[in-house]
Write a protein that binds this ligand. Structure first.
Ligand code: SAM
Ligand code: SF4
Length: 466
């Protein structure tokens, strides 16, 4: 009789993502890298053999959160050790890139530190850290990370749902004076068209219906096409609109300076390109914009919004704002409020300026006191919240297409998303999941909409070109 074969224990990885959507994408890819090594992904750190914190460095508070989370991970690691289990802890992302060695010095719980450009090397780093904890890799390697990364398995993609992110561009050459991104993510790099098409094709095969293209400055995309020429984002979107199964396309985050005529025209021509655009302006004061090195004025932004709305009248806009940049006067802040009133946003992210070491803004005169920044932030947030509510309310009585994604919280409910990203709940069967159907909006809450399946076919939203 043969000896019973002991099953090898399947290891588990837990990845926690902080910050932007690009980090969400990177976290999934890290899970894919470890998946190819036989790790399964788990939803809590307590179940994991490998814990990865994929961090954000954009504001001071975001970075500090990581250290408090590492305190919690220390307890989990010690409890696992007492139970005879070895757990490794890694810090990835932009804090890893910015602080490197400092992290292992400050938090002994950390076994490895890996920057956003090196995570394809995770298996080798983990093997090294298993022998000698405290491994740090924050290089910007010459090899193409994306080429080295394993593709997600079909099963993993299916488990992630009907919508997916795909990073097409990384890094930033704009050097806004408040921002750490050019230092943590490096220079602008675009992925080749064939690579993006390959990834999107696999997603479509696994049932994905909506793809959001990501980049720190995604509209500066200039990837190498199959013909050897550089493709713009607009050209890439036109090609992706032909991928069978992909019904919706989005992209984020855009810089106003890179909204070229061909990209604006893509909003007019491509029904797959959703009429919702995140277009950060940061401030409504041209003087502040100049000190921020944004390379656009308030009037440039107004002109751009006019061009976009002329091409796609039903487009909804969202934006990012920083209040309390060094030297911001009452009049500058009033200009920001005025810009918000004049443009009218469906949503906006508002931030109080956070001084980041190493950026030119940190060295500027005229830093504002926290109380004043907070007061301005609250005033802006109240205005933005009112606009968001008005936008949600404006949809009541209209019929919009909804991509149904999952069962709702209440029995008999399904939830999907409108073209404007708002979750929409309807009473309906779970067999609707995966379909895009017209829904009449019957009620609006701050962050979601209620609706009912439209019985008659709806009149499609008007495109300026038609
Ligand atoms: N590339 C995008 C752009 O050009 O607007 C933004 C990328 S950044 C990850 C996201 C947002 O964080 C920025 O739009 C800005 O509003 C905010 N942000 C960046 N640095 C900041 C700082 N030092 N203090 C406060 N907010 C900041
Ligand atoms: Fe940061 Fe400005 Fe680059 Fe956006 S464009 S990532 S805000 S430096």
């Amino acid at each position: 009789m043969s000896e019973p074969v002991e099953k090898p224990q399947i290891k588990a990885v837990y990845v926690k993502s902080y910050g932007c959507q690009m980090n969400v994408y990177d976290s999934q890819r890290m899970a894919d890298v470890m998946g190819a090594e036989g790790y399964r992904e788990v939803a809590t750190p307590e179940e994991a053999d490998l814990i990865l914190l994929n961090t954000c460095h954009i504001r001071e508070r975001a970075a500090e959160k990581v250290y408090s989370e590492l305190g919690r991970m220390r307890v989990i690691k010690e409890e696992a050790k007492a139970a005879g289990r070895k757990v490794m802890v890694g810090v990835a992302g932009c804090v890893a890139q910015a602080e490197g060695e400092e992290i292992v010095k400050r938090a002994k719980v950390v076994d490895l530190v890996v920057g956003p450009q090196s995570y394809h090397r995770l298996p080798a780093l983990i093997a090294r850290a298993a022998v000698r904890p405290g491994v740090v890799d924050t290089e910007f390697p010459v090899e193409d990370k994306f080429r080295a990364l394993p593709a997600a398995t079909e099963a993993r993609t299916r488990s992630r749902g009907l919508t997916a992110f795909v990073t097409v561009q990384e890094g930033c050459d704009k050097f806004c004076t408040f921002c750490v991104v050019p230092y943590t993510r490096g220079a602008e790099v675009s992925r080749p068209v064939a690579q993006v098409l390959g990834e999107v094709g696999k997603l479509a095969d696994a049932g994905v219906r909506e793809v959001t293209l990501l980049g720190q400055n995604v509209n500066a995309y200039h990837g190498m096409g199959p013909d050897g020429s550089e493709w713009t984002l607009a050209r890439l979107l036109r090609r992706l609109a032909e991928v069978p199964g992909i019904a919706r396309l989005r992209y984020t985050t855009s810089h106003p300076r890179e909204m070229t005529d061909d990209l604006v025209a893509a909003h007019r021509d491509l029904p797959q390109l959703m009429p919702y655009l995140h277009l950060p302006v940061q401030s409504g004061s041209s003087a502040v914009l100049k000190r921020m090195n944004r390379k656009h004025s308030r009037d440039d932004y107004f002109r751009l919004v006019d061009r976009i709305r002329a091409a796609r009248p039903d487009i909804a806009l969202s934006s990012d704002f920083i209040v309390g940049f060094p030297g911001e006067t009452d009049a500058d802040f009033a200009d920001t409020l005025d810009l918000v009133r004049r443009v009218g946003f469906a949503a906006a992210y508002t931030f109080s300026y956070s001084s980041r070491p190493g950026t030119p803004g940190a060295e500027m005169d005229g830093h504002l006191d926290e109380g004043l920044k907070t007061a301005r932030l609250h005033e802006l947030q109240a205005l933005v919240a009112a606009q968001q509510q008005a936008f949600q309310q404006s949809l009541v009585g209209r019929t919009v297409d909804v991509l149904f994604e999952k069962a709702g919280r209440k029995p008999g409910q399904v939830v999907g998303r409108s073209p404007y990203l708002s979750p929409v709940q309807v009473i309906g069967s779970s067999s609707l999941i995966g379909s895009i159907l017209p829904v009449r909006i019957t009620g609006a809450k701050t962050n979601s909409l209620d609706g009912e399946l439209a019985e008659t076919s709806h009149i499609p939203e008007v495109h300026a070109a038609e």
